[in-house]
Design a protein around this ligand. Structure first.
Ligand SMILES: [Zn+2]
Length: 397
């Protein structure tokens, strides 16, 4: 009895770690086509503010999504491709089409292959994500996999400038899905799943005082600049869990012979918790309630930008599943604790409804730098990983 149980346990463990060889072969077969797509994408420059360039990449990607059978909606160069399947789950894949580079970058940083590396501006961040999604969907559909109620693909054009146009759309769509797999690039040395990324916001402090002649009637004025200085000193070291504030810009006064009636300061806010912004806002309002200059009024507003991304408990369990899947093909996947850079996974997970995981793009390095590259030998493993995650998501309860 005991022996039988042991045998059962061993075969269960063996089954859990066995690779899907058919899928792995298919992934290997997609390697060259994916690299060809990636080359096409890199040869179209698409810096975030290069509208013509981003439009070219959007045209190309739209055509490719349609060729895969997606119903495509396009607004402000945000592409949303939808596939209807036969399953129960709603799965969303996201990647961005824009890069940080200025027009003409290909002249100094051309597309080139060197051994296991392929170089080019934006090749990892995030053209690898776009190519990976296109070829993962192609591969799974070719294998007859349709185990989803809906599969949605979003390619956005403004990630590198904060997703100011696409962010709300990604948040709204994210709330309507069970799973979101975001395909930002991965590390070349150590591949991993990202557990958190900071959010960003802008703090705005305004002081209203009263103007008067600086020489004749200074005492009747209410100096907004002096009050602003006081409020900055009062708030500069403010500490709340999940939020960090640094005052970075200020403005006051019009002319030197007038007591300034108003003053403003702007601050950079970084968020590491979903409720960090609300807590910071409350803490700031409590502080500024004590003025130095009587009769002045100080107001604080915080304008939210990209929300922080924090992997939920459920997402952590799925990260462990991703590690196990990578183990099937003898690859290791780390759990990255966090990054100072933002991600659209923050928007996708804002509602808290979907299970959101980040960093399914190809392995590479040098992003936002001079020698950005991806590694060729990561292509088939990354195709395999994303495909298996989608299959597991589709089959989940
Ligand atoms: Zn990116």
């Amino acid at each position: 009895m005991k022996k039988l149980l042991m045998a059962a346990l061993i075969s269960a463990a063996a089954a859990a770690s066995a690779a899907d060889h058919g899928l792995l072969d298919a992934a290997r077969g997609q390697q060259e086509p994916l690299l060809a797509t990636l080359k096409d994408l890199v040869l179209m420059e698409s810096g975030s503010s290069d509208t013509a360039g981003v439009t070219r990449v959007a045209d190309y990607s739209e055509k490719r999504l349609k060729a895969l059978g997606a119903a495509v909606e396009r607004r402000d160069n945000i592409l949303t491709g939808r596939f209807t399947g036969k399953g129960r789950k709603r799965i969303m894949l996201i990647a961005h089409m824009d890069t940080v580079y200025q027009p003409g970058i290909l002249a100094s940083q051309p597309y080139r292959v060197d051994g296991n590396r392929v170089y080019g501006p934006g090749i990892a961040d995030d053209k690898s994500g776009v190519a990976l999604i296109l070829h993962t969907v192609e591969m799974l559909h070719a294998r007859g996999w349709r185990d989803y109620a809906q599969l949605t693909v979003i390619f956005n054009p403004d990630e590198e400038i904060g997703s100011r146009v696409s962010g709300e759309w990604i948040a709204t769509q994210g709330a309507q899905h069970d799973f979101v797999f975001s395909c930002e690039p991965n590390g070349a040395q150590l591949e991993g799943i990202l557990m958190s990324a900071s959010g960003i916001a802008t703090a705005n402090m305004t002081v209203q005082g009263r103007a008067s002649h600086a020489g004749v009637s200074a005492k009747t004025g209410r100096n907004a600049l002096v009050e602003l200085s006081h409020q900055i000193m009062q708030t500069k070291d403010i500490e709340v869990p999940g939020a960090q504030l640094n005052w970075t810009r200020a403005n006051a006064g019009l002319v030197t012979n007038q007591i300034p009636a108003s003053a403003t300061a702007l601050g950079d806010v970084r968020l590491s918790a979903a409720d960090g912004l609300t807590r910071l806002q409350q803490a700031l309002r409590d502080k500024v309630a004590t003025p130095l200059v009587p009769d002045t009024v100080t107001t604080i507003d915080i304008e939210p930008g990209r929300p922080p991304f924090i992997a939920s408990e459920a997402a952590r369990a799925w990260a462990a599943k991703a590690q196990a899947i990578y183990g099937e093909i003898d690859r290791k996947l780390a759990l990255y604790p966090g990054t100072g850079g933002g991600t659209d996974a923050g928007y996708a997970g804002r509602s808290g409804k979907a299970i959101v995981l980040e960093a399914f793009g190809l392995a590479g390095d040098g992003v936002h730098a001079k020698d950005e590259y991806i590694t060729i030998d990561s292509v088939a493993p990354r195709l395999y990983l994303l495909s298996r995650m989608m299959q597991e998501a589709g089959a989940s309860q």
